[in-house]
Design a protein around this ligand. Structure first.
Ligand code: PPE
Length: 296
């Protein structure tokens, strides 16, 4: 925290922490995996920290550490906790001092936490596929919030949609953009496959997911055509396959949207192949993707 290693009980902030009140914080989520060779590695650490710095740039927030220092700090946090697998959460936020929405002189604080985190959408969901509901809340336009920045404030929209879906008995929400096209899940990017072609929404109204990028690369390497283009919810209803991607969710198959079964209602061949190659990449089994691993 702020450059020093501190025990959990001392990693505290004041209740007047500016970002707690106004949501001006940027964060990341990374996973560290134990490789087949016995050593652990953080998946695409540099890319995640780059996105953290990009998110801060969008907010005009100056993080007092560089990319290399932050990547190294992530590795240190895993090491001192003696984890071989975990989730990592770097966050940068304005500390206490001045109050008021536009106060900008408070110190920018940076913390990195780590904890073990299992299947984000449940173990059954990860193996059998999850059930989604189209959210009544629309994913915000780039001129009201900044979907490309991973800001804490953006997650109010995600939480509203995510709670709504779960309260109604679904596993997760699918949010549409202001034009009515599919945007993303509350914490995941979204893909469908139809007739062997994979579609995912372009980088409009959604986060530039690092898992999304990894999966697109994997699909290209498998010779599968990936089209980054807008599509509506009814194309999802008639898709052969669907899946969500995210650091927490990894690659999670989707078996239903709005009570319509997608394809055979179970993980399809393209989804299963992506999961297989992705898992091999995470654990250092596939030499093509070794440069994605930051070894501890
Ligand atoms: N969209 C959103 C809105 C999102 O929050 C995430 C990650 C993604 C897409 C996928 O991005 P990436 O992780 O780079 O592939 N969501 C994070 C937060 C989850 C949470 O509940 O906290 C995550 O997966 O770490």
């Amino acid at each position: 925290m702020d450059g020093a290693m501190v025990p959990y009980d001392q990693a505290n902030v004041h209740v007047l922490t500016h970002s707690l009140h106004y949501g001006l914080a940027v964060f990341e989520g990374l996973r560290c995996y134990k490789g087949d060779n016995g050593g652990s590695a953080i998946f695409r650490a540099k890319e995640h920290i780059r996105r953290l710095l990009d998110s801060a740039h969008i907010l005009e927030m100056t993080i007092p550490f560089g990319q290399e220092e932050l990547v190294k700090a992530c590795a240190d946090v895993v090491r001192v906790n003696k984890f071989d697998e975990c989730y990592l959460r770097p966050i940068a936020f304005y500390g206490d001092g001045e109050m008021g929405v536009v106060a900008r002189n408070n110190k920018v604080r940076v913390a990195i936490a780590a904890w073990p985190w299992g299947a984000y959408l449940g173990a059954d969901g990860q193996s059998q596929g999850v059930r989604l509901k189209t959210a009544s809340f629309v994913r915000f336009h780039h001129n009201s919030m900044m979907p490309m920045a991973k800001t804490s404030a953006n997650y109010v929209n995600s939480a509203l949609a995510g709670y709504e879906a779960r309260k109604n008995g679904y596993d997760e929400a699918l949010l549409l953009d202001v034009n009515g096209y599919v945007a993303e899940g509350s914490g995941e990017n979204f893909f469908i496959a139809r007739d062997g072609v994979v579609y995912t929404p372009p980088l409009m109204s959604c986060l530039a997911g690092i898992t999304r990028d990894s999966v697109i690369r994997i699909l290209h390497d498998q010779g599968v055509t990936v089209k980054e283009q807008p599509f509506p919810r009814d194309l999802v209803y008639i898709a052969d396959e669907a899946f969500m991607t995210g650091t927490a969710a990894e690659v999670t198959p989707v078996r239903e949207l709005d009570d319509r079964r997608i394809g055979a209602g179970k993980p399809g061949p393209i989804t299963r192949k992506v999961i297989e190659v992705f898992n091999a990449a995470l654990r250092g089994r596939d030499p093509r993707y070794r440069q994605w691993l930051y070894s501890l």
